[in-house]
Design a protein around this ligand. Sequence first.
Ligand SMILES: [Zn+2]
Length: 269
Amino acid sequence: MTQNHTSTPGQIKFPGISLPIFPNQGTREREGVAITVRLKGSVGGVEVRSDPAAGGRVAFSDGRNVFKPLYLAGEVEGLSGRRYGPRDNGGDSWATTRTIEKLLASPYPFNDISSQHVTQTSAGGSILIHKGHSDGQQIDMRYADGQGGYSEALGGANNGEYIKQLIYAAASEVKNNVTLKPKLKALQDWILKNRTILAFEARHQKTRIIYIGDSFIEEALVNGKFPSASAAGSVDIPGWGAWTDMPGKVRPDPDHRHHWHLSFSDENV
Ligand SMILES: [Zn+2]
């Protein structure tokens, strides 16, 4: 891996050392991985080797000597076809084993989880623009389309533009009081399905927080109202009022009109 020499007692440094790539990543560690090293060399011309059990366990800069490994969820069988959005250099679906298990048990299309080589800031966020993602336990996912699936348009593509169009079209149907209101029906189904999945995910004890979109997403999902700029104005969406029992873990936030964000933690359990 790497070599160095010293002629004085004390620390010996191995610059540029990195972990080898381990084959067979089909075996995913859930709890944690420790790294132990064995030094081999010579002292005074005599071959020596250290005992890993006698202080050979590597400590990391945060003081811990066990870490939770991350795996590329996008390459896991059964998940590779479930991603939306563009890919980032170095991979952007680094996930803990439990995150992968969660995704395998869920129907949602997903995008970013964590990037490779992501570093925490002192404030606890990551150095990325998408600053919440850093430990393989935050997932961006498409909304339900309200038609039994998670198709792109009503899932949030184009910054939620198709969802917005549906809301405004439904408002026109209500304003004009047309006999058939297919857009209103589609919007009602969209709200019902998304409130249902968000409540379901928020109820889980491992869920830390869920972010949804602000603006028209918040108006429809949380307030149950048409936007004030719509044809109907700021009135209740027929069939739905405000989401009165919305879980406290669900929070509207900018930059989430094209996806909802699930953040969970193993440590809370
Ligand atoms: Zn996110």
